[in-house]
Design a protein around this ligand. Sequence first.
Ligand code: ARG
Length: 436
Amino acid sequence: MSTLLWNKSGVKTDSSVMKFLAGEDIVLDRVLFSYDIQATAAHAHGLCVSGLLSEADVNTIVDSLKDLNDLWAKDEFVLDDQYEDGHSAIEAFLTKRLGEVGGRVHLGRSRNDQVLVATRLYMIDSLDAITRLLLDCANASLERAYEHEMDPIPGYTHLQRAVPSSVGLWMGSFAESLADSAELVSMTRKWIDACPLGTAAGYGVNLPLARDKVSQELGFARILINPMAAQASRGKHEHQVVAAMWQGMQDVRRLAWDLSLFSTSEFGFVQMPPETITGSSIMPNKKNPDLAELLRASCATVGACMSELQQLMSLPSGYHRDLQLTKPVLIRATRVTLDAITLVPDVIRRTVFNTTAMRNAIDNPMMATDQAVKLASSGMSFRDAYRTVGESLDDLLEVDPIESLKDRVSPGACADLQLGEIAKRVECISSKYNLA
Ligand code: ARG
């Protein structure tokens, strides 16, 4: 490991202790590295605005940071355990190149606000990407809802046949839930849109830092004012970010559950795209919905990351090294979410719906509720109507399920799905957050 930024002369660092302290941090810092470089350049500009760094120095520092970023993008800079972390690697690169000038950039900041700002920028980019993908999932669901608006399918409660429903209602439910989740994710992005850089170790510094300027350069909406609150936001914000992702993932989990259930021979309602189906190593007849199952399980991973963050957040005020462990779970949850939801729009668009099998699964007793409601609306009390119909379930009038769907006029139900309203909402979320 290169010389430690904080090493005191005369004290030898123990390599096994150092290994434990670093953990997988250097590997994870690869995810945050370009954000750290970007924030370092903004900090250097800020120091210049405050008259703490000459224009000549800032220009050489920023030029070198650009070179570092290019080398990093081209895989020509290696971030490995020769450095304690990404922050040290940036400073080592600058001092190797620029000598004493390189060491000037850390004036007025600490690795504590440095990691905060890099993580914040990473979370913002990730939340934008996740919102876009969730909206695409919602749009794909809407397309299928329009396409099969009035195609009947049983509506189940307790997994028991209940009342006639439609594919339009079923797919529309995903569109609306996914729009809710996309909005939550984009609201979370707005909630965390504040710059922690310039709060240093958590108590500010004896310098007139140009915090607003730095914040603007990095594209933040505002600064996180109180330095102790900035430290306290570490983990707290990560938790909310992962919780918002989890909401999207639990929509995906429900969809994956439905698809795997409805693709069994017992139901035969859907066929998932052939490329998503796997076989068995022993049973030649098997067709397995592994993709749906792993999409479903991915939600558990994100939920576990959320719980791990909750366990970590039991700390007094100020920075504590415990907070380093918020990094792996945030990055894991983000990767898993992105990997999963990238695949979902295509699955929704390409799954085949066997409308005949769906229609045939609706039996006449499923009309009982409609008939009780009809009796009650012509004057009988609902409880009497319920009993009357319940006693004659075997002799119920044969009803075409489509007719039942046409009668379901309560707002949101099969005859009034208001898919256009859901589409407008999806559109509105995407334009409100400039995600078009
Ligand atoms: N790797 C550290 C973290 O993630 C960086 C901050 C180190 N700060 C400190 N005071 N040791 O928290």
